[in-house]
Design a protein around this ligand. Sequence first.
Ligand SMILES: NC(=O)c1ccc[n+]([C@@H]2O[C@H](COP(=O)([O-])OP(=O)(O)OC[C@H]3O[C@@H](n4cnc5c(N)ncnc54)[C@H](OP(=O)(O)O)[C@@H]3O)[C@@H](O)[C@H]2O)c1
Length: 334
Amino acid sequence: MSAINVGIVGVSGYTGLELVKMLHAHPKFELAYVANSEGDTSLAALHPALKSVCDLPVEKADVKEASRRCELVFLALPHKTAMAFVKPLVEYGCRVVDLSADYRLPLEIYEKHYTEHTDRHNLPKAVYGLPELYRNAIASAQIVANPGCFPTSAILGAWPFVSKRVENSPVIVDAKTGVSGAGKKLSETTHFVNVNENLFAYNPLGHRHAPEIAHKLGLEESEVVFVPHLCPITRGMISSIYMQIDEALDAKSFIKKFYEHEPFIRILDKPVDMKSVAGTNFCDIFVKQQGSTLFISSAIDNLQRGASSQAVVNANIMMHLPEELGIPKIAYVP
Ligand SMILES: NC(=O)c1ccc[n+]([C@@H]2O[C@H](COP(=O)([O-])OP(=O)(O)OC[C@H]3O[C@@H](n4cnc5c(N)ncnc54)[C@H](OP(=O)(O)O)[C@@H]3O)[C@@H](O)[C@H]2O)c1
């Protein structure tokens, strides 16, 4: 089988860099096109870590050129910008993995929490790129909406137990994440002075990932209580999830069986930590119950399982390649 040409638009950002690292080393994908908003530079100029390893020219983003050279394009762009690229890419016959929020939600929910959607025609055709839930649909999708980072960790932890929940009880998600989740652009919130040796909740009960978690779990928005916290770390994410479930259920045996065939889920016997998944596509999960109260702890790397490695897994599935091909599995430890 010859190489499959792929491209990245938005390559100068954090998730763009992670995509380059994987695609450069991928045995079947050939990185044929990389672009940002200005072009006229190179990967090593944008990301010094890539010098002498992968120093492709970076071009000014152009959908026609991207679709001429690539079968599949990864969009590592801010929401709203992404949908302006998806529409013409699809018209040119390209397949797309979009890392932004633009195709993750039905129109009404998207417009309530984000902005006006300018690609209403394609929105309903997009498949939510969480392989554990939608593997078959991803394989034939032209547009895959890569999930948000908090939703990935929260949904993978809570999903097995949603049908075992005590009626009308909330799903409470208390999440912690590192600063890279906000992208490379500096803001007052992510300034070193504000983050260093600090810890705080942001957008409690108002974060845009709450409706995504609720929608994919099949719940009303009011049934999900979501509070994210920013931690003084670069990458990593842990969601502590609390649910009321049928107390007759043995939660640990149940979730082990539920995910037994999933290559990127590990059910641990001790509480999860961020370092053990850093740089990998794993989602580590630990559960403990006290009567009907269930505690679920779910750890991912926000830049990998929460974004770029999940995007490459989705591309593998779309191209009928083995799901684990070229996907990092050993964490950045110690
Ligand atoms: N960071 C995470 O942990 C994470 C997790 C899940 C999902 N996501 C989502 O993934 C997307 C990318 O996130 P990120 O953290 O990589 O953001 P980022 O670091 O801010 O990078 C986004 C890049 O998009 C480029 N860009 C903006 N407008 C463009 C245009 N018109 N044409 C071409 N390139 C353009 C910018 O590069 P130039 O200014 O150099 O052109 C920028 O570097 C976002 O939608 C984000 O919400 C991020």
